[in-house]
Design a protein around this ligand. Structure first.
Ligand code: SAH
Ligand code: F3S
Length: 462
C-alpha cells in the first residue's frame, strides 16, 4: 500500500468510518452473501442489511461461491420456516469445514425467537442479530474477525433505519418498509415478540425515498408494515401517506401489505378508490370465519364486521381484487367453526388466499394458555378442503377475465419461453404474453385469452 495516499482515498467510495488501517483491509476483503427467508418485510430488511454493509465498505456477493460471509435472514412465523433454516445451517457448516474462514451468521426473526437455543443447535454460528440490531453488523463482523462470536438481540422501539439507503436488486418493484413491529398481539403470532413495538417512518422521508426510487427507474412501490394501515407518524395516517405518494410524478403503481381489517379507515378506502396509481387490490388477512375462533385469536373483529368491510370496499372500489390469509386448526376450532371459515370463503370469493395449518409458537399467548387440540391429520384435511375450494374460486374468477383487456407492468422474461414476458395486472395477477415490441418496465395493454387458477395468458393489444 502506498503510505503517501491518504487512507480515505484508498477506500471503496461508500466507506464511512474506520480509521484503523488493518480494519480497512479486512473490510475490503469481505464479500457478504445474504440468503432471505420469509415475507417481503425480510426481503426489504435484507436490502437494508446490504445498505449497511456497503456503507461500511463491504461488498455484497451474488452467490455462495464468491462469499466469505454468509448471512441467513430468517423467519419464525411457523415451525417449518425455522426447520428449513436449521437444515440450511447444517449444510453451510459442511461448507465452513472446507472453507474455515467462512463467517456464518443468522439475522432476523428466528434469531430473536430462538435466542440461545439457536447457538445450542448451531454452535458453529459466528453471529446472531435480531431485527433491531442490524446496525451492529459491521461491529459484529469485526468482532468475529478478531475471534469473538457476536450476539445482539436488543429490541429498540426507536429503530426505524430511516437514514439507511437500502440496496435493491429488482429494478421494477421496490419494497418500502413504512412501519416496523406490531402492537396487535394476536394470540397465535410470534411477530410482536420478535419485531417489537410498532413504529412508523415519517411520511416526509418516505415521500423523498419514493422520489429517489422514481429517479432510479422503479415503476412500482409496495409499502410494507405488519399492520401497514395502522401507520401513523404523529401527523399523517395511512390514507394521507397513500395520497402523498400518489401525488409523486413518475410512480406508476402503489401497493401495500398487509393491512389489518380493524384499521381499515375511510381514508385508506378513499385512497384506494380515488388514488389513480393506488392498485385496486388488497390483501386483507381474515384468519378464520368463526367469530368464536377470531376471539380466541384476539383478532379484534368478527366474521360479521369483516363481511361488512368487504361489502363496503367492494361498493366503493369497483373490481377490487381481494386476497387473504387463513389459519386452520387453531386451538379449540371445531368442525362447525371450520365450516364457518369454509362458508365465508365461499361467500366472499377471494381472488387468492395463503392458507396455513396452525403452528404453535413458543412464547405466544396461545402457546402458553390454549390447547393445540386439533390433530395434525385433521389440520391437514381442513387445509386440503379450503385449498381445493379456493383453487376452484380463483379459476372461476380468472376465467371470467378472458376476453378483457388489462394494463400490465412488464416485469421480466418468462422462465419457460424466451419470446415471452411476464408481468402483473393492476390486481396483482401474473400474466404471460409474447414480447412483441415491449420492454421491461413498460405498461402495456394486454388482451387476456386464457386463465388458470394462478396465471393469465394474453397478447399485447396493438
Ligand atoms: N400482520 C402480518 C402477519 C404476518 S404473518 C401481515 O399480514 O403482514 C402472515 C400470516 O401467517 C398471518 O396472516 C397468518 O395467517 C399466518 N400465521 C401467523 N402465525 C401463524 C401460526 N402460528 N401458525 C400458522 N399460521 C400463522
Ligand atoms: Fe401477527 Fe396479528 Fe400483528 S398476525 S403481525 S400479531 S396483526
Amino acid at each position: 500500500m502506498n503510505s503517501k495516499i491518504p487512507i480515505e482515498s484508498q477506500l471503496p467510495i461508500y466507506t464511512a468510518a474506520p480509521a484503523v488501517e488493518s480494519a480497512i483491509q479486512l473490510h475490503a476483503s469481505r464479500r457478504v452473501y445474504i440468503e432471505t427467508y420469509g415475507c417481503q418485510m425480510n426481503v426489504s430488511d435484507s436490502e437494508l442489511l446490504a445498505g449497511i454493509l456497503v456503507q461500511n465498505g463491504y461488498e455484497t456477493a451474488d452467490g455462495l461461491e464468491d462469499a466469505d460471509v454468509v448471512l441467513l435472514n430468517t423467519c419464525a412465523i411457523r415451525e417449518n420456516a425455522e426447520t428449513k433454516v436449521l437444515n440450511r445451517l447444517k449444510q453451510l457448516n459442511h461448507r465452513k469445514r472446507l472453507q474455515p474462514n467462512l463467517i456464518l451468521g443468522v439475522c432476523g426473526c428466528m434469531a430473536q425467537h430462538t435466542r440461545s437455543k439457536m447457538l445450542d443447535a448451531a454452535p458453529y454460528l459466528d453471529l446472531v442479530l435480531g431485527p433491531d440490531a442490524y446496525r451492529s453488523l459491521p461491529a459484529a463482523l469485526r468482532s468475529v474477525a478478531a475471534g469473538d462470536a457476536f450476539v445482539n438481540l436488543k429490541l429498540d422501539q426507536d429503530e426505524d433505519y430511516a437514514d439507511i439507503a437500502p440496496i435493491r436488486k429488482d429494478g421494477i418493484r421496490a419494497w418500502l418498509t413504512v412501519q416496523r413491529g406490531c402492537d396487535k398481539m394476536c394470540t397465535f403470532c410470534i411477530v410482536p415478540f420478535v419485531r417489537g413495538r410498532e413504529r412508523s417512518v415519517p411520511a416526509k422521508l418516505l415521500v423523498s425515498e419514493v422520489k429517489r426510487l422514481v429517479n432510479e427507474g422503479f415503476k412500482e412501490v409496495v409499502l410494507l408494515g405488519q399492520t401497514v394501515n395502522s401507520y401513523h407518524d404523529g401527523a399523517h395516517d395511512f390514507g394521507d401517506l397513500l395520497f402523498a405518494i400518489n401525488d409523486i410524478e413518475g410512480i406508476e403503481r402503489i401497493r401495500f401489505t398487509s393491512p389489518h381489517p380493524s384499521d381499515a379507515t375511510d381514508g385508506m378506502i378513499e385512497a384506494i378508490a380515488g388514488g389513480d396509481k393506488v392498485c385496486k387490490q388488497i390483501h386483507l388477512p381474515l384468519q378464520s370465519g368463526s367469530t368464536k375462533t377470531l376471539k380466541a385469536m384476539r383478532r379484534t373483529y368478527t366474521a360479521e364486521t369483516y363481511r361488512e368491510l368487504v361489502a363496503n370496499m367492494r361498493r366503493r372500489i369497483p373490481n377490487l381484487a381481494i386476497s387473504t390469509d387463513i389459519i386452520v386448526g387453531f386451538c379449540g376450532e371445531t368442525e362447525d367453526d371450520f365450516m364457518e371459515t369454509y362458508h365465508l370463503m365461499d361467500e366472499i370469493r377471494f381472488d387468492s388466499a395463503f392458507m396455513f395449518k396452525y403452528s404453535p409458537r413458543e412464547g405466544t399467548l396461545a402457546y402458553k394458555s390454549l390447547n393445540d387440540d386439533v390433530t395434525s391429520t385433521e389440520k391437514g384435511r381442513r387445509l386440503r378442503e379450503i385449498i381445493s375450494l379456493q383453487e376452484k374460486i380463483s379459476l372461476e374468477i380468472n376465467q371470467e377475465l378472458v376476453g378483457c383487456n388489462t394494463n400490465v407492468l412488464v416485469e421480466g422474461q418468462s422462465r419457460r419461453n424466451a419470446d415471452e414476458y411476464h408481468g402483473r395486472t393492476n390486481s396483482f395477477k401474473t400474466i404471460v404474453f409474447p414480447k412483441e415490441n415491449s420492454k421491461i418496465g413498460d405498461v402495456v395493454q394486454v388482451n387476456i385469452n386464457s386463465a388458470t387458477a394462478h396465471t393469465l395468458r394474453g397478447e399485447i393489444v396493438a
